[in-house]
Design a protein around this ligand. Structure first.
Ligand code: MRU
Length: 350
């Protein structure tokens, strides 16, 4: 299985996603601040992978705390979690993982410090392993929704690289292929960071899953030509009514799919659902540097000083979504009810 990140005694290791596909380089983050930087600079990216990375970063920072009392430990953990929480605002998995690590700390804070440190490492590893199991389960839940012998369009990278392994949207594609379906993936290149061109194309080719790269503004014509039978994307945060934040450009793809009568699916672990947010208008959207648009591989392509907007995500209203595929089952409209019901399902994975 393609690996994205791993815990080692000398630090957290990441495949550097800013260098793919031309270079396969692993970087070692020896301090929690380096893990936070890796999230911020998108060496590691994708909502579930960000959550796992943050958990490992917290475990690393906690391990290195030079403290003698649990109250000093609590302050230290608080500071580490604050730094992690300031890396990227949209993917709720980040905050979910931070809360889970904090909860674990409170559960075991009465124990000797070395045991607390080990318990936090174990919790981060559990989050890592559960993420892979979750992706396999949601893949199995979504496989029957994929066409056999058709094209599936995806946007950004919601694959192994965006998770601890296997992927969400690409996990569903993988599960369908493993079940014997013939699927051809159309990968949107995903300007400006090119996750589709650089990462989705790379990981599908590694798995011998047929993939055709298109630039973002070709999606409509591919649909009009009958090449696309389903669209599947990941998510960074899903509001309780089903409105879904995902990579910028997802909204346009959803509208195109609706116009062409093509089902549009979202695949995500249930931890991506933020039940505290009633609709998509409450989802914080990260604004990234202008240089992501004006400079490509060191070459300036726009006039110096041009005004730029660079929201990293957009929100697809729930009405465009045919189904939200999770490890707990597939939610369909009305999502406020179906997501609420899935929230009550006891996860079978842990
Ligand atoms: O900015 P990124 O690359 O972190 O954005 C990633 C996406 O938008 C993914 O589609 C989403 O996080 C789901 S990944 C399983």
């Amino acid at each position: 299985m393609l690996e994205t990140l791993k815990w080692t005694d000398s630090g957290v290791l990441f495949i550097d996603q800013t260098k793919l596909p031309t270079e396969e380089i692993w970087v070692t983050c020896k301090k929690y601040e380096a893990v936070a930087d890796a999230i911020r600079t998108m060496i590691v990216r994708g909502a579930p992978a960000i959550g796992v990375a943050a958990a490992m970063g917290i475990a690393l920072g906690a391990r290195d705390l030079d403290v003698t009392s649990i109250s000093e430990f609590r302050n230290g953990i608080g500071q580490i979690c604050r730094v992690m929480g300031e890396t990227r605002p949209t993917a709720v998995n980040l905050f979910w993982a931070i809360r889970r690590m904090q909860r674990r700390f409170e559960e075991i804070s009465g124990r000797p410090i070395p045991l607390v440190k080990q318990a936090l490492i174990d919790e981060a590893l559990a989050i890592y392993n559960e993420d892979i199991a979750t992706n396999r389960a949601l893949g199995a839940n979504g496989a029957s929704l994929m066409p056999d012998g058709g094209g599936v369009l995806t946007h950004c990278n919601a694959g192994a690289l965006a998770t601890a392994g296997y992927g969400t949207a690409l996990g569903v594609v993988r599960a369908a292929v493993e079940a014997g379906k013939k699927i051809h993936v159309y990968a949107d290149e995903t300007r400006p960071f090119l996750q589709g061109a650089r990462l989705t194309a790379w990981e599908l080719m590694k798995d011998n899953i047929p993939v055709t790269l298109i630039c973002d503004n070709m999606a409509g014509v591919m649909m009009a030509q009958g090449k696309v039978q389903a669209v599947i994307v990941g998510a960074d945060r899903i509001a309780s009514n089903g409105d879904t934040a995902n990579k910028i450009g997802t909204y346009s793809v959803a509208i195109l799919a609706k116009e062409h009568g093509i089902p549009f699916y979202v695949a995500a672990p249930f931890s991506t659902v933020d039940m505290e947010i009633p609709d998509g208008s409450g989802i914080p959207i990260e604004e990234r540097a202008a240089a992501e648009l004006t400079v490509i591989y060191g070459k300036q392509i726009a006039p110096t000083g041009v005004r730029v907007e660079n929201p990293a995500f957009d929100v697809t209203p729930a009405r465009y979504i045919r189904g939200i595929i999770t490890e707990r089952g597939v939610a369909t409209a009305p999502f406020s009810e179906s997501l609420q019901k899935l929230g009550e399902v006891k996860p079978a994975l842990v």
